[in-house]
Design a protein around this ligand. Structure first.
Ligand SMILES: Cc1cc2nc3c(=O)[nH]c(=O)nc-3n(C[C@H](O)[C@H](O)[C@H](O)COP(=O)(O)OP(=O)(O)OC[C@H]3O[C@@H](n4cnc5c(N)ncnc54)[C@H](O)[C@@H]3O)c2cc1C
Length: 284
């Protein structure tokens, strides 16, 4: 499939990128790894007049520590996230979920920032960003602003980024001592999640003291399973976890498609939440 014609710009630094996007107004699209944008162009589902390739801007790739926060450049590829020792030590849930994204070719080009900005509820990383309480830093003509992940995903394939804003980094609080697990159900290896569950759990004296559960593909946006999170507090054994996981689909609006009905997705959310939490507590 041949994409529609567009102009192409490749800014060499952040200031030039912000100016280019500001001048273009709503007619420009940022290009990072191209693993979601290029299919949209080829299928003629997007018609930007200008594509702004940010792939060579220095400083937007890599992982560093700032005190209790892990800072990941938006252009860090999935491959680099998976293999980064800081991510593995302080945000193991992100590394584990990223390992389930697509195949090695996609993971070598696709970026963390692109996956979040694309805001696909079937993508694995938005739900992980919610569970980890990530903050997303954007730069635009008005300067720099920080957006909590819970305020970032607006609707299906829509984030709260302005068209002329660039996502530059993802900030994650370090989660020492928390158990984690990403459970993904798909029919074919390396494919998209029919449903996914990202679980983070902190235990005290053998009982769950805090739980954070992110849901993939259970609505138009990634969601937190708040009712299950509340029900899990105090749970001390497998039966209590199983009971709490029964509320994992509360407040969700899963879609119907060729793969699954909403009812089946709700069932998967409950089963995967139980599995993920038991694994995160080391009892699964
Ligand atoms: C065959 C295949 C299978 C896949 N399977 C999975 C899967 O199982 N799970 C999964 O989660 N994902 C999957 N993906 C998607 C993949 O993870 C992409 O890498 C990701 O969705 C987009 O990242 P990207 O860097 O390629 O972004 P791009 O395609 O370059 O951009 C995607 C969107 O985000 C915007 N954007 C990108 N970067 C920025 C930025 N820094 N600031 C502002 N806007 C930005 C673009 O304008 C565009 O709208 C798959 C993709 C393919 C091709």
């Amino acid at each position: 499939m041949i994409p529609p014609a567009f102009d192409y710009a490749r800014p060499t630094d952040l200031d030039e990128a912000v100016r280019t996007l500001a001048d273009a107004g709503e007619d420009a699209k940022v290009l990072a790894g191209g693993q979601s944008l290029l299919p949209l162009l080829r299928l003629r589902l997007a018609f930007p007049e200008l594509v702004v390739d940010v792939g060579r801007i220095p400083g937007l790739r890599g992982v560093r520590e700032e005190g209790d926060t892990l800072v990941i450049g938006a252009l860090t590829t999935h491959h680099d996230v998976i293999h980064d020792p800081l991510v593995r030590r302080h945000a193991g849930l992100l590394a584990q979920a990223t390992e389930t994204v697509a195949d090695p070719a996609v993971r070598h080009r696709g970026t963390l920032g692109g996956s979040l900005a694309h805001a696909d509820p079937a993508g694995d990383l938005p739900a992980v960003a919610l569970a980890l309480d990530a903050e997303l830093v954007a730069v635009g003509p008005g300067g720099r602003r920080t957006i909590p992940a819970r305020d970032f995903f607006a609707d299906y394939l829509q984030s709260t980024l302005a068209p002329n804003e660039l996502l530059v980094e993802v900030r994650l609080p370090k989660r020492e001592g928390w158990g984690f697990r990403y459970e993904k159900f798909h029919r074919v290896a390396q494919s998209w999640a029919m449903v996914g569950v990202a679980a983070l759990v902190r235990r005290e004296n053998g009982h769950i003291a805090e739980a954070r559960i992110g849901l993939t593909n259970m609505g138009a946006t990634p969601l937190r399973a708040s009712a299950a999170e509340e029900a899990l507090v105090g749970a001390g054994g497998a039966d209590a976890v199983a009971r709490a996981a029964q509320s994992a689909a509360e407040g969700t609006r899963p879609s119907r498609d060729a793969s699954a009905s909403p009812e089946y997705r709700a069932h998967l959310a409950r089963v995967l939440t139980k599995r993920a939490v038991l694994a995160a507590t080391g009892t699964g």
